[in-house]
Write a protein that binds this ligand. Structure first.
Ligand code: Q9C
Ligand code: ZN
Length: 695
């Protein structure tokens, strides 16, 4: 099992800067790298990483993406005079040259390649490279947007060539469109490029028509380029998480990459003068976590933008700490995506529905058609901008936000409660109930849950569970695993204790059709999501969510879609303090899907997940423990289309719940009506008359 996180950094890359006055370039400063690195050192994170030296990318490496003419031109810059450099710079947009930038650009690309080598050879599991200059704007024969060589594009080509990697996913969470990456892989189905970016209906740099959602890739590569244009500033955590759950992750799981590269720009975080977004630095812990179970955990993050030094350093720390395996922080109040984000999400999902089976059910774009819409919105935008521009710019400078809380991993990562004779998995702690468990609680357990008051084994198991839950609440233990004689009783015991004695909300994820009394959910302190192959008889409510998968777990696609598109967004919005994952005997998905589920759920509740397994399922102990310890889940393989029945029942469920759970929404107001027609085919003519633009 590969472990460890690489950190690649070299001070040499701080040794170039802007030598003349250029307002467009003044934000790209050497301090971006020093503050990021110093924050990692000060927080003790750098010490926990495997330090890997940089190297210069060779000419052959650079030529994987760039033209010989361009390389030859850049090669001359170290010898140029200041005047020559200025003039050379003029042929490109928003970039500057310096006598040492060629050397640094070779190191930046080389750092990305060192990272790929370290991950692909198994020296480490994942890693981050802190580099300057950034790369994602640079094109085959042109520098652009502070970028000289396209570090990540070169890394992707290199991984394909040197390691025979078949599919690479590039996630570009920088706030600018990496048009250089798009151009490089537009017709290449082996590289899936995903980018979200500030767009404002083409008003924002680089102001390209091809940055919009309808640039989906060309020829064989159609469907493998995904652009999410942000048409407003001020996007928040919810908007980012929503796009991950409803777009990137379902497509990424269907694609099944062998390697994930992240264009890790942090100008998408709050406080950044370029992005003007409002996502907290903490959100990068979640974005990172959500990608860490793809490609068997092989993830390489390479720095791109990020111009608010405070926000940048905090975001880099969140990313690296997550790569190291520490539990993610509690997600900040995720109140659901804004209208503009939903509109973008809807457009991208519609544009890609013909390429990805996970999006097949996404509603078509309503009339008026896309292009009319774009022009119309751009005009509206214009008016707004002229109205309150001054105000907006001022507030962008004044942004303040709380420093992310220090993430202190509990002393014990995973504790297990196992019957005699079952070995404690490596790396876990065998949990024995402490004597100091309140006798009152013990008595209550006896009364409420034991059929036979003298059943000391059963009592000991239940006491252990309660004690374990208390340790998790106190953050002394992160996650837990118990093999119990009766999962239903154990589940009720934990739920009752957690709901009555603890302050926290509990998310119960139940696999199998055992009975889950709905009364436990009435006060909202417990939310139950139950996966089963039978229609539920329970009363449906906001807090009892039966997910019916008719084909059972035989259909991994349907199951994983439900996890990504229903369970995760619901979990993120509910924000539990504890996740209770219950696997009834003889039900549940295959091992790798089970491990994916477990791994993904660890992003909630600061990793406080307690798994209950039926006693007979001893063979599941090892793999489950491994997931709770943070090992990446094995890939599921390229997923086929989920069955139409499963899709339909999930969509019905989403439809029912989206009023209560905003993070389940995938369409904006403007489309709800049309989407409803698509979904239910049952609007009355009276309702039709009220639809805008249809009559
Ligand atoms: N208001 C990266 O983030 N435009 N590049 C600057 C100044 C260029 C950003 C305009 C932004 C380039 C890697
Ligand atoms: Zn950027």
């Amino acid at each position: 099992m590969r472990t460890g996180t690489a950190l690649i950094y070299d001070e040499e890359m701080t040794k170039y800067k802007l030598l003349w006055v250029d307002p467009a370039c003044k934000i790209e400063v050497p301090e971006r790298l020093t503050v990021s690195h110093e924050a990692l050192v000060r927080s003790g994170l750098a010490d926990r990483c495997v330090s890997i030296p940089v190297r210069e990318a060779t000419e052959a490496d650079i030529l994987l993406v760039h033209s010989e003419e361009y390389l030859e031109a850049v090669k001359k810059t170290p010898h140029m005079t200041l005047e020559d450099l200025k003039e050379f710079t003029l042929q490109y947009g928003d970039v500057y040259f310096h006598p040492n930038i060629y050397r640094c650009a070779k190191l930046a690309a080389g750092a990305a390649l060192q990272l790929v080598d370290s991950v692909m050879t198994g020296k480490v599991r994942n890693g981050m490279a802190l580099v300057r200059p950034p790369g994602h704007h640079s094109m085959r024969s042109a520098a652009s947007g502070f970028c000289v060589f396209n570090n990540v594009a070169i890394a992707a080509q290199y991984a394909k060539q040197k390691y025979g990697v078949k599919r690479v996913l590039i996630v570009d969470w920088d706030i600018h469109h990496g048009q250089g990456v798009q151009y490089c892989f537009e017709d290449d189905p082996s590289v899936l490029y995903f980018s979200w970016h500030r767009y404002e209906h083409q008003k924002f740099w680089p102001q390209l028509r091809e940055s919009d959602f309808d640039s989906v890739g060309k020829e064989k590569g159609a469907g493998f380029n995904i652009n999410v244009p942000w048409n407003k500033v001020g996007m928040q955590d919810s908007d980012y998480v929503s796009v991950f759950c409803h777009l990137l992750l379902p497509v990424a799981y269907e694609f099944c990459p062998d390697l994930v590269l992240v264009c890790a720009g942090f100008d998408s975080a709050i406080g950044d003068p370029e992005g003007e977004m409002c996502a907290a630095p903490d959100v990068f812990a979640h974005l990172t976590h959500l990608l860490m179970n793809l490609a068997g955990g092989k993830l390489c993050a390479v720095l791109e933008g990020g111009y608010n030094l405070t926000s940048l350093a905090q975001s880099v720390c969140q990313t690296v700490q997550t790569l190291l395996g520490d539990p993610a922080p509690r997600p900040a109040d995720l109140a659901g995506p804004c209208k503009s984000a939903l509109e973008s999400l809807h457009c991208v999902r519609s544009a890609h529905r013909q390429y990805w089976s996970c999006l097949k059910h996404a509603a078509d774009l309503p009339s008026p058609d896309i292009s009319t819409k774009r022009v119309k919105l751009a005009e509206e935008e214009d008016e707004e901008v002229t109205l309150d521009k001054g105000e907006e710019e001022e507030s962008a400078e004044e942004k303040v936000w709380p420093e992310p809380l220090k993430r202190v991993p509990p002393p014990t990562r995973t504790a297990v409660v196992l019957p005699d004779g079952v070995a404690c998995p490596d790396g876990c702690k065998n949990f024995r109930p402490s004597e100091d468990l309140d006798p009152l609680i013990v008595n209550k357990l006896k009364e409420d849950f034991l059929k036979d008051a003298d059943d000391s084994d059963a009592l000991s198991t239940l006491s252990s569970l309660v004690a374990l839950v208390e340790k998790m609440e106190k953050n002394e233990v992160c996650s837990g695993l118990a093999l119990v004689r009766d999962v239903s009783v154990a589940m009720m015991c934990v739920v009752q204790h957690a709901a009555s004695a603890l302050r926290n909300r509990v998310l119960v994820v139940c696999l199998g059709d055992g009975k889950v009394p709905s009364h436990v959910t009435e006060d909202g302190k417990t939310c139950v999501v139950q996966f089963s192959d039978k229609e539920s008889e329970e009363q449906e409510s906001k807090y009892y969510i039966p997910v019916c998968l008719k084909k059972g777990y035989g259909d991994v696609s349907g199951f994983i879609q439900a996890v990504l598109g229903l369970l995760l967004p619901l979990g993120y919005e509910y924000d539990p303090g504890l996740v209770l994952l219950v696997r009834m005997s003889d039900s549940g998905p295959c091992e790798s899907a089970w491990q994916q589920l477990t791994g993904l759920l660890l992003g909630l509740a600061q990793g406080h997940t307690l798994v209950l397994l039926q006693e007979g399922e001893r063979t599941r102990v090892g793999p489950t423990a491994s997931s709770l310890l943070g090992d990446p889940a094995p890939s599921l393989g390229q997923l086929p289309a989920p069955t139409p029945e499963d899709v339909e029942s999930m969509e019905r469920l989403r439809h029912r719940l989206k009023a209560d759970w905003k993070l389940l929404q995938t369409t904006g107001d403007f489309t709800t009506a049309a989407a409803d027609i698509n979904l239910t085919h049952c609007l009355t003519s009276a309702q039709l008359l009220k639809l805008p633009g249809l009559y």
